[in-house]
Design a binder for this molecule. Structure first.
Ligand code: 6GP
Length: 797
């Protein structure tokens, strides 16, 4: 049945049917949760029809498929995405209203699927949606974590982490596929038999597959996100149970489950833990076997695998795919080693997401030999083969007793990409300079993008309506059509409507803040927003230093006509990242003092919203005025939040880092508040001895702010609480917070002056929307399809 021919009455009947016959619940007793599940099942029915159609078309055409291997898929809520992409908003809204329910309340009842940390995981989710919208046959492969990213709260300003348990509620979107479960082994030994290496792993777990359909715009296509869950090979030990050893009887099960129990809560800060390597091998090995099984069922000759499978490695986390695919082809299927390496390379490609040295994974050779003995041997063979191919090379895949996953991924990939123009250039010049010299055509750039369905159409219905009224609906899957708004930017009627949409979004947000957080803010104030993981390179501390300096300035001269401003922060710190947690504590401490200050608080408020996640971003971005993208130049690979803000009409205050560079090129220098050193200048500045002290001496505002913090102005009960933070900033200051402070202060004043003139401001904001259409993940995916994968879209029957 076509999704669109469904009436609201059909929808209501379907909801009631599911409520009764799936949930066994009488409407008179149904909770919001029950209604949400019933609605999800009703929507899912429509989705499954489209999914089958796409799968049938793929099976018939047997095209080259894309396999996206990622440790993280930060998908957030799925119900609204499905409703919007199936164009069922009206039917669902009316049906729920008929049943006496509020659409938004039902949507917001769904927990976020937080199977990712930040940028990398959210990008994977945007890519899945774009692949489905474009109609590119693809699978996403990852891990079905029982506990996603931790839930964050604050206690006396400090971050508290609690487990997140999205699966404790019935998850309506997944289907278990028992027929494709795989057995995955670790450890053991390698022996030789008939001239072939035979690896007998000692420990085994089952990788159980759970499929989630991902539907594209207008339901034209759907792909599968297949997440693996670790289960014991043999259930529990009945003999031990019967002997009364109850805990021991359940042990094998608990051990196996550990592998898919939790998401590691680090993003660009790495952690070399054995369990992490097990997770990586577990999902990569299961995915590769699944890919080969599908390929072999279609009867292809092994050498043709690269014609049928494009396997993308999302960062180094699945980099063991190189050695594992060689093992599957060479050891298990008898292909010659050189041919196996070439075939694997023909399939594999690798995306790098950060130049931060601590995130480029390395594993000790001892651990690797113990957990994956055959892979360790193959890494040596691949290293030798690469040396033979490239005489005189300086690169090795091992160093100081460690294996280098970045180098392995690079060597085993036919294409390697960066995620913004600047980042790709820096990859060539720094981390992969030697490999780039050997393989000058391998590195390509694919600047990131975001899906306009989630980040504009659903998140910002007011602005979306205005855009559609002005230029038609074509922008939703052809975002560059936003440039047609250009003609309206000089039309006062359009700008008024644009300003009205933003004002109403801000009002909604202020009401939500009051209701949910008990905080009152003036919706007329400048909403200045920095939301992202907490990290020194992202420099939330630069922002809070400027806040303290501004507070002191307002206090000294309250009548100077200050533009009211609300500084909004949100983001999680990795639990083991002490400095980042101190930054959170500092921001909360500063907020407490400033918000209670009767003189300054009408002009300056500070909020740190707990538990930042995809849903909070969807709520906050449409209400933002100013987007903080203030990383030390050369450190943020791309950023994707920067794109979401620009699309939603929040100009950037930012450095020339990551995709900021390309955003500024497109939206225009006038509509972007640029400040700070370039990546080159950063390098030079670091070489200046005492650079922080010089900067502090040159700017009394900075000195004053640091002094206030170090003297305990925000921690009266523990005056030395921020001694470490201040010592870092006044000492080494690796991220050059002090050296960029004055330029940042000046840029903030320019932003304020622009905001004070609404005509100027809204024009600048509208230019951001009209000119940011290039930052659609549809454009990014098309780039991967032509430059890396060699795949084409397939239309459903
Ligand atoms: C992030 C980068 O920090 C961010 O700049 C980029 O936009 C995003 O990836 C998507 O490409 N990196 C990570 O989240 C990460 O975990 C290992 O890198």
């Amino acid at each position: 049945m076509e999704a669109y021919s469904l009436t609201a009455a059909d929808m209501r009947d379907s909801i009631l049917r599911h409520l009764a016959y799936e949930l066994g619940t009488d409407p008179g007793h149904a909770t919001l949760h029950d209604w949400r599940i019933a609605l999800s099942l009703a929507v899912r029915d429509r989705l499954v029809d489209r999914w089958f159609a796409a799968n049938r078309a793929t099976r018939a055409a047997q095209p080259k498929r894309v396999y996206y291997l990622s440790m993280e898929f930060l998908i957030g809520r799925l119900l609204e995405d499905a409703i919007v992409n199936l164009r069922l908003e009206e039917q669902a809204g009316t049906a729920l209203a008929d049943l006496g329910l509020d659409f938004d309340a039902v949507i917001q009842n769904e927990p976020d699927a937080a199977l990712g940390n930040g940028g990398l995981g959210r990008l994977a989710a945007c890519f899945m949606e774009s692949l489905a919208t474009i109609g590119c046959p693809a699978f996403g492969y990852g891990i079905r974590y029982e506990n996603g990213l931790f839930r964050q709260s604050f206690q006396d300003g400090r971050q508290i982490e609690e487990p997140e348990d999205w699966l404790s509620q019935f998850h309506a979107w997944e289907f278990e596929r028992r027929d494709v479960a795989q057995e995955i082994r670790f450890g053991g030994e390698v022996t030789q038999k008939d001239g072939r290496a035979v690896w007998t792993g000692a420990e085994a777990v089952i990788a159980a597959a759970f499929d989630t359909p991902i539907i594209g715009w207008k339901g034209r296509w759907a792909n599968t996100l297949r997440l693996w869950s670790a289960q014991p090979l043999h259930g529990f030990d009945l003999a031990r149970f019967n002997r009364g050893e109850y805990a021991a009887a359940a042990e094998p099960e608990a051990l196996a489950r550990t592998i898919s129990r939790v998401l590691y809560p680090d993003d660009t800060t790495g952690q070399g833990k054995e369990l992490r390597l097990k997770q990586e091998y577990f999902f990569t090995a299961a995915s590769l076997r699944d890919i080969l099984r599908r390929f072999e069922a279609e009867g292809g000759a092994l050498a043709d695998l690269p014609k049928k499978a494009a396997i993308q490695l999302n960062d180094t986390h699945p980099a063991i795919a190189g050695p594992e695919l060689v093992r599957l082809l060479h050891d298990e299927r008898g292909m010659a080693l050189d041919e196996a390496i070439a075939t694997a390379r023909g399939c594999l490609s690798y995306t790098n997401h950060t130049l931060m040295p601590e995130a480029l994974e390395r594993w000790s050779e001892d651990l690797m030999s113990q957990l994956l003995p055959r892979h360790m041997q193959l890494i040596e063979r691949i290293d030798e083969a690469h040396a033979a191919e490239m005489p005189g090379r300086r690169v090795t895949l091992r160093e100081n007793g460690e294996v280098k996953m970045g180098e392995i991924a690079f060597t085993m990939a036919h294409k390697v990409n960066g995620v913004s123009a600047l980042h790709t250039d820096l990859m060539k010049e720094t981390v992969f300079a030697d490999l780039h010299r050997l393989h000058p055509d391998r590195i390509v750039n694919e600047t990131n993008g975001v899906t306009p369905r989630r980040w504009l159409l659903s998140a910002n219905p007011r602005l979306s309506r205005l855009i559609t009224e002005t230029i038609g609906e074509g922008w939703v899957d052809d975002l560059e059509q936003l440039d047609r708004l250009e003609a309206s930017i000089s039309d006062p009627g359009f700008l008024d409507a644009y300003a009205k949409a933003k004002r109403e979004n801000k009002q909604d947000f202020a009401e939500w803040l009051a209701a949910e957080q008990g905080v009152r803010v003036d919706p007329e104030a400048l909403f200045d927003v920095q939301i992202k993981r907490i990290h020194e390179y992202k420099r939330q501390h630069l922002n809070i230093l400027e806040t303290v300096a501004l507070w002191r300035e307002i206090k000294a001269n309250p009548g100077a006509g200050w533009v009211p401003r609300v500084k909004i922060f949100a983001g999680k710190a990795a639990p083991g990242y002490v400095f980042a947690k101190e930054i959170i504590h500092l921001i909360n401490d500063v907020a407490e003092v400033l918000n209670a200050d009767p003189v300054t608080s009408p002009y300056l408020k500070v909020l740190f919203l707990p538990n930042y996640n995809v849903s909070l971003a969807e709520r906050l971005i449409p209400a933002a005025d100013l987007s903080e993208q203030i990383s030390t130049a050369g450190k943020e690979a791309s950023g994707t939040g920067n794109m979401k803000f620009a699309l939603n009409g929040a100009p950037t205050i930012g450095t020339l880092d990551g995709a900021n560079v390309e955003i500024r090129d497109r939206v225009g220098a006038r509509n972007f508040f640029l400040f700070g050193m370039t990546a080159q200048e950063v390098e030079a500045r670091r070489a200046v001895p005492d650079h922080a002290r010089q900067a502090i001496q040159a700017d009394p505002r900075l000195g004053g702010a640091l002094k206030a913090i170090s003297q305990g102005a925000f921690s009266p009960s523990d005056k030395h609480r921020y001694r470490g933070v201040v010592a870092n900033l006044t000492g080494q200051d690796y991220f050059l917070v002090c050296s960029d402070f004055t330029a940042y202060w000046d840029a903030q004043r320019r932003a304020e002056a622009a905001f004070a003139d609404p005509a100027v401001w809204h024009r600048g904001a509208a230019c951001n929307t009209a000119r940011a259409g290039w930052f659609s993940s549809d454009r990014t995916i098309r780039g991967y399809m032509t430059d890396i994968w060699g795949t084409v879209p397939l239309a459903a029957e």
